[in-house]
Write a protein that binds this ligand. Structure first.
Ligand code: WQD
Length: 338
């Protein structure tokens, strides 16, 4: 049974990926520092799959933690989620972001190198493209100057991995996520934003639950059909399955280069107003909202060309936007997390 290390495995995307890994017959080890996740998620994963992953509470910013962890462990691959990911927060605290996101990546790669672990899946982001001139966004779109330290840590992270793959005969795939949303159909795991949600969907579900007074829509004068910004919202379970497809590609040694990367989205662009209307239609809940100024760093429109992922990973997003939004609402009602 292949053993896979998942860093940040109790987080939103990490936990859904652990479920799919265990459902696919992999043995899973999770490292998480619980800075942006809850230990209860471990039991929830166990309830869904019937298997309890091995768990280590470790801070990957501490080099000795990482190098000691790898000693005497036979690991076949690593999926690296652990990182800070709030765009606005990264502007306020850039050094925390560089220390955590870059420092822990370097130590993780050193641990992999020293223990001959040569398969890595890296959690990247469509923010590496900034506002692309071409839509849908292909993997050939130029990487632009990052709009935030968060986005910069993803760009730098990909460069570090690319160079490490060349130098140490490793193989890696970066998955450039668009906008992950929703919750597992069991409604036992989902998004757990701590504090005021930065992302649209958890803010919507907390507004619908009466936790927030109203949703502020950042900008209604974008050059889009209804004036609100467009994104590619992908069900988190579809995103999790993309990691299994990418991992199998590495384990079967099908990477065309030592470092490959793929856009992971639905290929469908949806505006903020369309999200609101779809949410209201599928939940029957009316949303209070108002228009406010644009948020700094936001792009007008971003949705993926999924051709490469569909053909080379043999993966395609299957769940609808309605299913994703309804699962997010059911998760909110169950967890009423604030
Ligand atoms: C979506 C749209 C906002 C909140 C970020 C990261 C990206 C990825 C996904 C990690 C935008 C609008 C939002 C609100 C609003 N994260 N909005 N009111 O910014 O596209 O991407 O999360 O990988 O890397 O950058 O997602 O959900 O914050 O915003 O109007 O209260 O909703 O302006 O148009 P974003 P988001």
């Amino acid at each position: 049974m292949k053993k896979i290390l998942v860093t940040g495995g109790l987080g939103f995307i990490g936990s859904h990926t652990v479920v799919e890994l265990q459902n696919s017959g992999f043995k899973v080890i999770i490292i998480d520092d619980l800075s942006n996740s809850k230990i209860e998620v471990l039991d929830n994963i166990t309830e869904i799959t019937g298997v309890k992953p091995e768990f280590y509470k470790l801070d990957l910013k501490i080099k000795s933690n990482v190098l000691d962890f790898f000693k005497n462990k036979k690991i076949d691959g690593v999926i690296h989620f652990a990182a800070f990911k709030a765009v606005g927060e990264s502007v306020q605290n850039p050094l925390d972001y560089y220390e955590n996101n870059i420092g822990s990546l370097v130590y993780l790669l050193q641990g992999m190198r020293d223990n001959n672990i040569d398969n890595l899946i890296f959690s990247s982001s469509c923010t590496v493209y900034g506002q692309s001139d071409e839509l849908p966004i292909t993997e050939n779109a130029p990487i632009k100057t990052a709009e935030s330290p968060y986005g910069n840590t993803k760009q730098i992270g990909e460069e570090i991995i690319k160079e490490s793959c060349k130098a140490y005969a490793m193989n890696a795939i970066a998955l450039r996520y668009f906008n992950p949303i929703g919750a597992h159909p069991s409604i036992k795991i989902g998004e757990l934003p701590l504090g005021i949600p930065q992302n649209l969907i958890p803010y919507i579900t907390q507004t619908a639950a009466g936790i927030r007074k109203e949703l502020s829509i950042f900008g209604n004068d974008y050059e889009t059909p209804d004036g609100t910004a467009i994104r590619d919202y992908i069900h988190v379970v579809d995103l999790a399955k993309a990691h299994i497809a990418a991992l199998n590609r590495l384990l079967e040694k099908k990477n065309t280069k030592s470092f490959n990367f793929f856009n992971i989205g639905t290929g469908i662009g949806t505006s903020v107003l369309e999200i609101i209307k779809t949410f209201e239609k599928c939940t029957g809940v009316n949303l209070n909202y108002k228009f406010v100024a644009k948020r700094e760093g936001d792009v007008t429109s971003a949705f993926a060309s999924t051709k490469n992922a569909n053909e080379q990973l043999d993966w395609k997003a299957e769940k609808s936007l309605e299913e994703a939004l309804l699962s997010a609402w059911k998760w909110q009602q169950k967890s009423n997390n604030v």
